[in-house]
Design a binder for this molecule. Structure first.
Ligand code: NDP
Length: 492
């Protein structure tokens, strides 16, 4: 069972759980049953964010001097605690955010994998050596921490995404101010508890809950913060870039991801992939498949089976193991899916199933499928972040790739085909950070880089070996052991 007693969540600053300057709290309610209070959380503001940054600054020298393998050991301990508390945390995720329990377990598993992977980085953090153009001179690069970094996260992977940022930030020797989404403060609180329990010292990791415009923006604007790692909405990402000043900023923004289905595809595999890609996490993944670009030869067959399966989905609370699809995260998200369902109909697309919120408690919305969608329609261009999917008919691979690339975003993509030439052509030509062949657009593995092109991001990648670039500065080292003064480009 999910915990039933409402929590009083506090801020975590300099190793202590404390109240906010405002003395106020904000509520989080169960999205499957909004009458049920998950908890009341301290309403942090600018002063709290400043205090957290100051604490992180004070802790920086000692933490950055701690040998990286020792920092890594703390992440291994965190992974161990996460394993022991996996079921408890998965239930909290389902309760607070709404995703089915099986996906909640996946969320925690991702955090376990991330802590283990970046724990191992403690014994790597590799630089490189290279020959000098001069005699008796050694050249290398080493990695140094950025300093105090701000990590601002969304609610859709309320433990996994924080782990993607906090684990590499900490192992690289940074101190952190963490601002979690206001829709999932309990998950964030539990994750901070676990990292602290694993041995992260006071001041090294601080968490301030409260509104993004107040807490998040104060962190972004603070000159002592030298790096910001943000995952969330594109407009928020733009505001962050405009306000950060000169500092390192990593942005992971939205997506409008497409699956291409070619006539030679294994249809049953494509159906499974599209169901999971479109409706997993109620379509609230940045990698969710919200467009299915269908070759006209398989259009009729595919759309019938797809809409049929979608219409049979069982909606329910994430904590109920029989649930296929949980609620949306909040009322605004439910209204957004409903609004786009209306836009799709007004634009002349054909609604095959869904489109109206059910008459029940909770922020539910059914799987919604439109067909005969023209690629220029708003439902095929704008991020909905809900279970609303557009089927776009095309007549060739080139047309499919062109349709796929016609959006502002470029995060994930997929093609179902048995033709190796078509697959490699898609890999080469699709404008996205991720391309899957014969699988869904979702389901990143943490030891590979994750991120997108175009309006999805500003060039950084999270996870994998590239994940540490966001949290380190490269220092170039020259050691001249010739005993004489040598000038590059002149004395060689
Ligand atoms: P938001 O941008 O609204 O919120 C994300 C985080 O930013 C929250 O912690 C939020 O706080 C905070 N925030 C809000 N406004 C500001 C501000 N002005 N300054 C600083 N911080 C701020 O995104 P959503 O919560 O709507 O998340 C969904 C979005 O995230 C989707 O667009 C999705 O595509 C994207 N996403 C991208 C991923 C990727 O890797 N590319 C992965 C997952 C999601 P608060 O909650 O208090 O408002």
């Amino acid at each position: 069972m999910a915990p039933k007693k409402p929590v009083h969540g506090k801020l975590f600053i300099n190793g202590k759980w404390v109240g906010s300057h405002s003395g106020k709290t904000f509520e989080r309610r169960n999205p499957a049953n909004p009458k049920e209070l998950v908890g009341a959380f301290e309403l942090g503001g600018k002063e709290d964010a400043k205090q957290a940054v100051d604490a992180a600054e004070d802790a920086f020298e000692e933490w950055s001097d701690t040998p990286a393998p020792k920092r890594g050991e703390i992440l291994f301990s965190a992974a161990q605690i996460l394993k022991e508390r996996k079921e408890e945390l998965a239930r909290i995720i389902s309760w607070e955010m709404g995703k089915p329990i099986v996906e909640g377990r996946g969320d925690v598993q991702e955090a376990i994998d991330t802590c283990e992977y970046f724990g191992g980085e403690g014994r790597r953090l590799l630089g490189h050596t290279t020959p000098s153009e001069l005699k008796s001179k050694f050249c290398a690069t080493i990695r140094r921490p950025v300093g105090v970094v701000g990590c601002i996260t969304p609610w859709n992977f309320p433990v996994a995404i924080p782990s993607w940022k906090l684990a590499p930030a900490l192992v690289c020797g940074n101190t952190v101010v963490f601002k979690p989404a206001s829709d999932t403060p309990l998950c964030a609180t539990k994750f901070v508890e676990i990292l602290t329990g694993a041995g992260v010292p006071p001041g090294v990791l601080n968490m301030v809950t409260g509104p993004g415009e107040a807490v998040g923006m104060s962190i972004v604007r603070n000159k002592k913060v030298l790096g910001v790692s943000f995952t969330g909405n594109r407009d928020t990402g733009r505001a962050i870039l405009e306000n950060a000043g000169v500092k390192k900023v990593g942005l992971e923004l939205g997506g409008k991801n497409a699956v291409i289905i070619m006539p030679d595809a294994d249809m049953s595999l494509a159906l499974d992939g599209c169901m999971w890609g479109a409706f997993g996490t109620t379509g609230q993944r940045c990698t969710a498949a919200s467009r299915i670009i269908l070759h006209e030869k398989v259009k009729q067959q595919f759309e019938k089976h797809f809409a049929d399966r979608a219409s049979k989905f069982r909606l329910g609370p994430g904590t109920d193991p029989r649930t296929h699809m949980g609620p949306l995260v909040n009322r605004a998200a439910q209204e957004k899916s409903e609004k786009y369902s209306q836009i799709g109909q007004d634009e002349g697309a054909k609604l095959l199933t869904g489109g109206r919120k059910p008459a029940r408690e909770g922020w539910f919305f059914p799987p919604t499928v439109f067909t005969n969608v023209d690629i220029g329609m708003r439902i095929a261009q704008e991020e909905i972040f809900g279970p609303v999917v557009s089927l776009v008919p095309v007549s060739s691979l080139n047309e499919a790739i062109e349709a796929c690339n016609s959006v502002e975003y470029g995060l994930s993509s997929s093609i179902f085909t048995r033709d190796i030439n078509a697959a490699f052509r898609a890999i080469e030509k699709i404008e996205a950070g991720i391309t899957y062949v014969n699988s869904a657009t979702i389901g990143a593995e943490i030891h590979l880089p994750f991120g997108g092109v175009k309006q999805t991001g500003n060039g950084t990648r999270e996870a994998g070996i590239e994940g540490i670039n966001e949290f380190t500065e490269t220092k170039t080292v020259y050691v001249d052991y010739s005993g004489k003064f040598q000038r590059a480009q002149i004395d060689g």
